[in-house]
Design a protein. Structure first.
Lengths: 200, 200
DNA sequence: TATTCCGATAGTGAC
DNA sequence: GTCACTATCGGAATGAG
């Protein structure tokens, strides 16, 4: 079971991992996701033990916790934007158009410590490898930070089975249904990305 | 679609393929199966065009056709027995015990030319690679030559769907159910074979 | 839904 | 059920004295 606690070191001793931890204070650590699903993919980890062991659906019922995190979310968004812009430029030169950034929590996390994903929405990360990865960020399986607190009747509060079924649904990109053909969809996604961005 | 006619050359011009054709006359060719599912695996191919294009269920309703083939079946069995004995010896030295030989047709063939399988029942052929291969020789999907002509109510005369479903059933070997674990079953089959036979 | 490894399953293309 | 190739799907292990 210990893989479920892979994030513990960054909460307990962020100072030990300068290559992974971009920022930390007494409340949070902001780290680079070891298996990025977007070109840039960070995680915000609340360091408070009680908060960390809760699911996002529960932890973010508390307004204080949400408010406390807002500033860190904005900070992480800025870090993500800067990291992306440092690596990628639009071919059309229109620097006003910014890569969209997603801030969310998975409705059924696999790691036991609360973590907020902050990632560019290109879906071109090195470790975007399968249908579950893709659907975990493109369906309601992902709970956007601005959706918290969830309404009482939100299925994601109770219905783990329905959440998990979202990961198995057909792959949809740009209005097209790719059924289960992850590789074909990924090829199209990368093709489109390469039409818009060039690496610096 | 032309792969469905892979056997045509051995019917039309058996004299051209001495490395594959073990015997031929005006009625049949007996060839080595290119993808053997037993240690020895031959095919009897009736050369008559009308016969060849029928399914076994139809062709062997005709008694003359069956009778014509009987002698060739016995010949093919002898060839198979000799070829096996030339390569493999029982470790216990009991030469009276003979490897069993199966003579059958597939109820749903993939190749369009009528072919009778004659093979040792060791299930250890070089090309025994998956569940469908195995079930195609160990279930009623295989119609033994001595079952022809089929009774009128035999499902294999009409129900292609039921025939094909037999290929997907659980793997059974020596009374044990291996579900879909082909590799595990195959390991056991080879282990058992190696306990009884040694290569010459 | 952490990854990774292995194996079973499924679709395709073959001329 | 022809094969061979690719890719998808599905389970299990992952720790460690």
């Amino acid at each position: 079971m210990s893989y479920r606690y892979a994030l513990v070191p960054y909460i307990r001793a962020p100072e030990k991992y300068p290559n992974v931890v971009l920022f930390y204070d007494e409340y949070v650590s902001i780290i680079k996701d070891a298996f990025p699903k977007g070109k840039v993919h960070l995680l915000i980890l609340p360091r408070n033990e009680e908060t960390s062991k809760q699911k996002s659906q529960e932890a973010f019922k508390d307004e204080k916790t949400r408010k406390m995190l807002e500033a860190y979310v904005h900070q992480a968004i800025e870090l993500t934007q800067k990291a992306f812009d440092k690596e990628w430029r639009r071919i059309d030169g229109d620097d006003e158009k910014k890569m969209k950034i997603l801030v969310c929590c998975h409705s059924v996390p696999s790691l036991n410590n609360l973590h907020i994903h902050v990632l560019t929405t290109d879906m071109c990360g090195r470790n975007m490898k399968n249908k579950k990865h893709y659907n975990s960020f493109t369906t309601d399986f992902a709970i956007r930070f601005d959706e918290f607190p969830l309404k009482e009747d939100d299925f994601r509060l109770q219905d783990k089975g329905k959440c998990e079924s979202l990961l198995k649904q057909d792959l949809v990109y740009n209005g097209a249904n790719y059924k289960s053909s992850f590789k074909k969809m990924q090829a199209k996604i990368h093709e489109d990305f390469d039409k818009i961005y060039k690496h610096i």
